[in-house]
Ligand binder design. Structure first.
Ligand code: ACM
Length: 639
């Protein structure tokens, strides 16, 4: 260890904290003409740095110290401040650090010690002890009759299809029985698992009867058959005999509470390989989700192949030394990269479809576009725009201009390929977090505002989004976007709003006449920490979300049953933003078990939901997660 950096909280108030940074040169060489690089999520106030100057682009900071030489066995110290909430978790500290010499030609790795926090939370969430339920079904079916006895599935068991709609479900069931229980069914044998059409049942609804005669599954929809199989896979128990399983006699009639049940995965901040994405999609099917919202583009990476613009992935999918995008979030020294080819995307879509899941692509505009702008500056950069702004993630050059012809050319071209690729009837256009101050000092934006008689810059955003909405409509798609898509009052009520600020904000959009997907960050953002201990990974800008809080999310709690606004709420979604999700283990830890709690908010009617009952089912369900190597956060302390 030749270099080490310590970050210490010196003082903290609600919206102002000061830190000490110490870089130790533990090598036997002096550092000459050097700079310090580090990664931190918070914005460092530039004037606050003593003993040096800071430059920050996103989470990437460079300090040029006021001492040219740092002698061997000496240290460099500076202080800096932020004007946001105090830090409570180790993952709030430096994610990586590097010392560079001679204009970056030489670099030295630096060991980062955990941040010395001023006042870590003292409280901890407590999960009551419960007995593991023998009927560990999650989400809880809406009607269950438990009967005596078990049905045995043997090596001669056969799946019989009396419904063409059930083909996908039956295939999935076979794949999962083999994966989870090493159990194979036969193409010829006695009809143990019978899939039958029942046209009376609504979309997603199913009945599952296990009795002496075997397992009978009925549905009127392909989705219903999939959900029935998800339930069956949780009912199945291994026995002592190889290739023999038992299933409790039961009669279940079940249907979803919300018709849209989704999860968003951010693959831009960190890239998740196809296998990881598929693993998640398969897990979603097990908990009866039916939508996968794929966040494919952002400031820090463009992850979808667009044939017309190879630059988007040649340039925009890479960040780090020697590339057009600075390092962000995790590693400073290595180039970080990844994107999905169109063939891979088709493969993921087909995989999801086999599991009853629609893949909704998101191309986030006009903010969150830095990777695109850096890839296609001749189309997307407005060189005359002198506006001063800073996005929430600390960029000043990440917004498309509604006054550039190139923006529309880009949009037309990208959306045409996206529409061709994704069968989903919806395309998500982002629209979130466009910073204040943008476009103000752009001559072309000023001229456009004058031409259109606009008073406010938000109208420019609305103008661009309305264009996107109309283009998508012409191509047969419905535009969906984040909460801010309705800013500027230009898009039609055909646009579906994904509300993330709060449930109140969602209801506000619904009362304006928009259809809404509710994704309140305070309950559904799985990148939020799960408890108050400093070693919990995650962020907490919206909330800390222990399992009990996630489970406690009761959608539309304060909206009367008779209120017509309920019809506008199409469903619920949870989300994993991936600034700190660098590997599978971290992903599992953040998602599980909270995903199972939220699955129940999506599926199970309020009157059947109960925290303690859920916990006992969760306890009974954990062995199935263990079997799959899911590295979930332990709800109960291990003895
Ligand atoms: C969001 O969290 N910016 C949608």
């Amino acid at each position: 260890m030749s270099y080490r950096i310590d970050l210490t909280v010196l003082s903290e108030q609600k919206q102002f904290c000061r830190f000490g940074v110490t870089l130790h040169n533990l090598s036997d060489q002096d550092l000459i003409d050097w700079k310090l690089q580090f990664i931190i999520d918070r914005y460092v106030l530039p004037e606050s740095v003593n003993h040096g100057e800071i430059k920050q682009i996103g989470s990437f900071c460079t300090i040029t110290p006021d001492v040219q030489i740092l002698k061997a066995n000496q240290h460099y110290y500076c202080e800096l401040s932020i004007n946001t909430a105090p830090l409570r978790y180790y993952t709030d500290g430096f994610k990586d650090a590097l010392v560079v010499e001679h204009n970056g030609e030489v670099s030295h790795p630096v060991v980062v010690t955990p941040i010395a926090l001023a006042s870590p939370y003292r409280e901890r969430s407590h999960i009551p002890e419960v007995e593991a339920s023998k009927l560990a079904l999650i989400p809880k079916p809406n009607q269950i009759n438990l009967l005596d006895g078990y049905y045995l599935l043997s090596p001669n068991s056969q799946i019989t299809l009396n419904s063409t709609r059930a083909e996908g479900a039956a295939n999935w069931l076979q794949v999962e029985l083999e994966r989870l229980y090493e159990f194979k069914t036969h193409s010829i044998g006695h009809s143990d698992i019978l899939f039958r059409d029942n046209p009376i049942l609504d979309e997603g609804e199913y009945s599952l009867t296990v009795g002496k005669e075997g397992i009978r599954i009925e549905s009127g929809s392909a989705a219903g058959f999939i959900h029935a199989c998800a339930t069956l896979l949780q009912l199945v128990e291994a026995t002592d005999t190889r290739n023999t399983l038992r299933v409790r006699h039961v009669k279940i009639s079940d249907s979803p509470r919300f018709r849209y049940r989704g999860m968003m995965l951010d693959c831009a901040r960190h890239f998740h390989p196809v296998e990881r994405v598929k693993r998640l999609i398969n897990q979603l099917a097990h908990y009866k989700f039916n939508q996968f919202h794929w966040h494919l583009t952002d400031d820090e990476g463009w992850r979808i192949e667009i044939k017309a613009y190879p630059e988007l992935t040649d340039i925009g999918s890479k960040r780090g030394p020697g590339t057009a995008l600075e390092p962000q979030f995790s590693t400073l020294k290595e180039v970080y990269q990844g994107y999905y080819s169109q063939d891979e995307i088709r493969d993921v879509i087909a995989y999801a479809a086999e599991r009853g899941i629609t893949v909704i692509p998101e191309i986030d505009i006009p903010g969150h576009c830095r990777a695109a702008i850096k890839s296609l500056p001749h189309l997307l950069a407005d060189s005359e725009d002198k506006s001063q702004f800073r996005s929430i993630q600390h960029y000043n050059d990440n917004v498309l201009s509604p006054a550039l012809a190139g923006t529309y050319e880009f949009l037309d071209t990208v959306l045409a390929e996206v529409v061709e690729l994704f069968p989903s009837p919806w395309v998500h256009i982002g629209a979130d977090e466009v910073p204040n101050g943008v476009w103000i000092d752009s001559p072309s934006c000023k001229a456009l505002m004058e031409e259109l008689g606009y008073q406010c810059h938000k109208e420019l955003q609305g103008h661009l989004l309305r264009y996107a909405e109309k283009s998508l409509k012409k191509m047969g798609k419905r535009m969906v976007g984040w909460e801010e898509a309705q800013h500027g009052n230009k898009v039609s009520k055909d646009t579906v709003i994904y509300s993330w600020l709060s449930e109140e904000a969602a209801l506000n959009c619904a009362s304006q006449g928009f259809d809404v997907i509710m994704q309140p960050a305070q309950y559904t953002y799985l990148d939020m920490t799960q408890d108050y201990a400093p070693e919990e990974p995650g962020v907490d800008w919206a909330a800390t979300i222990p399992l009990e809080i996630a489970y406690g999310y009761e959608p539309l709690k304060n909206v009367p049953e008779s209120d017509p606004i309920r019809k506008r709420i199409l469903g619920i979604q949870c989300a994993l933003w991936c600034e700190i999700i660098t590997h599978q283990q971290r992903m599992d830890y953040m998602i599980f078990p909270r995903l199972t709690a939220l699955a129940e908010a999506c599926w199970t009617n309020k009157q059947h939901r109960d925290w303690k009952d859920y916990l006992s089912r969760l306890k009974g369900h954990l062995p199935l997660l263990d079997k799959q190597g899911v590295q979930y956060r332990q709800p109960w302390k291990q003895k």
